[in-house]
Design a binder for this molecule. Structure first.
Ligand code: AMP
Length: 577
């Protein structure tokens, strides 16, 4: 295929004309929402709709087990199992809008719970299986969980001790229990055996609540973010335009459903587009990951900067050791992807890694580098057709929109797109504070270049104000990462009377590098040369590892709290290393 043919084969072949002609109404008609019985129901559009077509024997999910053997679910099998689980929930009295939680690794029961719950019009909320008792309690309590699906081991370790404090929790279903343990602690297999595989999805309206996600907690206490069934329109269209799903594709989203990416793109978007998802049940392991890409002939791979940085550090040349010829698109989300990482992708896989930006609150991808457009390394790309993004100064009198290229401001999205969150659970005031007129304030700072590409600066809360400059920690971190001895870096602002805040860098050195004064001076010198003295860190501290959330985001507020001797705040999403 030559370059022109290749471009025409992309779902989003011409960004500008698609943006001009795009309407969410057209997407509704494409999904034939008016004609099908399930209406807007996400599970209907993701599963049942396909199980009655030629896709019925196509694989929906392929779970890769510890020994790398597959466990397969076709669309028709998934329809049956999710209907069974929907009947289980009905038999246990679950009503529309009530919440069903999961606390499990990436096992089939988690995925069946998600889709079966959606079928009943109850609300699904996934939790990371590595959460300890308190974070699990906070979320089950806040979300008023009625049913929890988990494993026997996690029940014993985490949930059992919380039961008395959770009066709303009616049933706990254990995925690996043969027989019911009590009237409350039930066996998944027993319930599923007794349930019918026929389930009629009740009429579901676009605004019916569907998903509850807790944010990663980089800026404070995790918030319970509520999404509605209509969000599926964003999942569908971003699957087409950004992930470039085509029939027959094998897709691997490495995210755990405990983070919104693992639900929107690990479950819903690929199913709505009728492709096959690979789900690895194990944690990150570079050689295993490359082997899966090769063995499963993955076409589209969606991962995160934290994993990419780890792969970069390993210095494995993947194309020399593995046949990765099936890979067509590689994407990244969750944190800024440095230009070096984009270029490393090009060098290592023969295709660049495409960065895209979104948040738990937006429910789906909003700004992206598209496979059909030349990648702009270091930029998060352009807004999706149907999404209006703008930059503004936020003042007491309202918004001052920024028109000049290169000037940074608050990143805003125009309300009205389907996957925008509808509530922060029990925090109405906080929710309303996110909106000014018809704009949603994302809490991030960004700039836009003269070609319309957006560039991430930082979370507004993380920005460092030093000697009259506004410094985004990410720009300092990515420069530091180019120093040959540095493996990882995290940067904060430390209050300093004369200059406002001083830039301080926490640095993890590569194995064998000396943690001495000379190294500190060398790093400071390197930073000054590349960034100038105003922005370069004035203080360096060596640490063993950078604290991150389970979804791989640097927890700068934790480093800052430790630095200033302040309370650490909520650390429930902290990854244990
Ligand atoms: P969460 O909702 O927990 O996934 O966090 C969303 C936040 O992660 C965003 O508001 C950004 O601060 C950050 N983020 C996500 N994707 C990107 C990206 N591609 N580039 C820079 N920051 C990102």
């Amino acid at each position: 295929m030559n370059a022109t043919e290749k471009k025409a084969a992309y779902n989003l072949a011409d960004y500008n004309s698609e943006r001009t002609s795009f309407s969410w109404k057209n997407i509704e008609s494409k999904l034939e929402l008016g004609k099908t019985k399930g209406g807007y129901n996400i599970a209907h559009l993701a599963v049942d709709r396909h199980a009655n077509t030629s896709l019925k024997s196509t694989l929906a999910f392929r779970f890769i087990q510890k020994d790398r053997s597959p466990q397969d679910y076709s669309y028709s099998r998934l329809k049956e199992e999710t209907s069974r689980f929907a009947n289980v929930l009905r038999s246990l009295g679950i009503q529309k809008g009530e919440t069903v939680f999961s606390l499990a690794g990436r096992i089939p029961a988690l995925y069946i719970t998600a889709l079966g719950t959606l079928k009943t019009t109850a609300v699904f909320c996934p939790l990371f299986s590595v959460f300890g008792p308190e974070p699990v309690f906070q979320r089950l309590h806040k979300g008023e969980a009625k049913i929890l699906v988990t494993t026997s081991a996690l029940y014993e370790k985490t949930v059992k001790q919380l039961e008395e404090r959770l009066p709303f929790l009616r049933y706990i279903i254990l995925s690996d229990l043969e027989e019911h343990q009590s009237g409350k602690v039930l066996s998944w297999s027993r319930l599923m055996k007794e349930a019918s595989s026929d389930f009629k999805i009740p009429p579901t309206s676009p605004e019916d609540p569907a998903l509850l996600h807790f944010t990663s907690g980089t800026t404070g206490m995790p918030k319970g973010t509520l999404h509605v069934h209509k969000a599926v329109l964003t999942h569908y269209i971003t699957g087409k335009f950004v992930l470039d799903f085509h029939q027959g594709d094998l897709f691997w989203c490495t995210a755990d459903p405990g983070w919104v990416t693992g639900t929107s793109y690990g479950i819903i978007a690929p199913l709505v587009n009728g492709v096959t998802s690979i789900i690895d049940q194990e944690e990150f392991d570079a050689m295993r990951w490359y082997a899966i890409l090769e063995e499963q002939k993955v076409n589209i791979w969606y991962t995160a900067p934290t994993a990419i940085r780890r792969l970069m550090r390993m210095e494995i040349k993947p194309r020399e050791k593995f046949n990765l010829g099936a890979l067509r698109v590689i994407l990244s989300v969750g944190e800024p992807l440095s230009a070096e990482a984009v270029l490393w992708g090009e060098h290592s896989f023969g295709i660049p890694i495409l960065d895209n930006w979104w948040q738990t609150e937006t429910g789906g991808i909003m700004i992206a580098n598209y496979p059909s457009m030349p990648v702009r390394p270091g930029s998060m790309g352009k807004p999706l057709p149907g999404i209006e993004a703008a930059l503004a100064e936020v003042t007491e009198d309202g918004l001052n929109f920024i028109k000049e290229p290169g000037k940074q401001g608050h990143l805003l999205l125009k309300k009205g797109f389907p996957s925008l969150f509808r509530d922060y659970l029990h925090e109405e005031e906080r929710y309303h504070k996110c909106f000014t007129g018809e704009w949603y304030l994302t809490g991030d700072l960004a700039k836009k270049d003269s070609d319309g590409y957006f560039w991430f600066i930082g979370r507004a809360d993380d920005i460092i104000k030093t000697s009259g400059h506004m410094v985004g920690p990410f720009e300092v971190e990515s420069t530091l990462m180019r120093h040959p001895a540095i493996a990882e870096a995290a940067v904060i602002g430390k209050p300093e009377a004369s200059i406002g805040e001083l830039v301080k860098a926490f640095v993890v050195l590569k194995p064998g590098e000396p943690t001495n004064e000379e190294m500190k001076l060398d790093i400071i010198g390197f930073a000054r040369k590349h960034m100038g003295p105003a922005v370069a860190p004035k203080e360096i501290e060596f640490i063993a590892s950078v604290p991150k959330t389970r979804s791989g985001k640097i927890l700068r507020r934790l480093l800052k709290a430790r630095e200033l001797g302040l309370p650490e705040g909520d650390t429930s999403t902290l990854e244990q290393t």
